[in-house]
Design a binder for this molecule. Structure first.
Ligand code: GRF
Length: 190
């Protein structure tokens, strides 16, 4: 039996698309059963719908964080989700929500954690004079971008690199890394 994966997005959804694409393989240990977003205009939602995946889209605006997260949690539970993957989900999740998914919720972050948690990781890596950047898949804990790292990919920073050019090259690695690391994690944990 494949694990039932829920993906949370807020925008473009290119990592979501990579997770969906990888799930087509017979030996992939997960199937994507719900894509949920706090942004009803997220481009990724259309892509999910085109792939025949049920979506849940509700703006968080005007709602207390806990109430919104409880609604999200209900949608995931109703879909009998086993694992949650954050893929460009641009909201801090409440502690209660995260506690309910402990060990079963992962995120991808565009830096070599523990470096550059939070926003603008590429500009910060270039500004610091780093020679390499990359991306990390990590377990989600209440502290932002702080949970155990379960996979990383490294990308050289080139002379004269802009944050945008670096982000584009790191993103290619994100799309390879996320499905591979998530699949390995699910195989280990069942
Ligand atoms: C990615 O760079 C991801 O690492 C970060 O937000 C971006 C989302 O891009 N958390 P996409 O929506 O998956 O295309």
């Amino acid at each position: 039996m494949k694990a039932r994966l829920g993906i949370l997005i807020s925008g473009r959804g290119s990592n979501m698309a990579a997770l969906i694409e990888a799930a087509q393989a017979d030996d992939c240990p997960y199937a994507v059963k719900l894509v949920a977003s706090n942004n009803p205009d997220a481009a990724g939602l259309a892509l999910a719908r085109a792939s025949g995946i049920p979506t849940f889209a509700r703006s968080h605006k005007g709602m207390p964080r806990e109430a919104f997260d409880a609604m999200l949690d209900r949608a995931l539970r109703d879909a009998e989700i086993d694992y949650v993957a954050l893929a460009g989900y641009m909201r801090i999740l409440s502690e209660g929500f995260i506690a309910g998914w402990a060990g079963r919720i992962v995120n991808i972050h565009p830096s070599l954690l523990p470096k550059y948690k939070g926003l603008d990781s590429h500009a910060r890596a270039i500004g610091a004079g780093d020679v390499e950047a990359g991306c990390s898949v990590h377990l989600v804990t209440p502290e932002l971008d702080d949970g155990e790292v379960i996979g990383q990919a490294r990308v050289p920073i080139l002379p004269g690199d802009s944050a945008e050019a670096l982000a584009d090259r790191v993103l290619i690695e994100e799309h390879r890394l996320y499905p591979a690391v998530l699949s390995a994690y699910i195989r280990r944990h069942g």
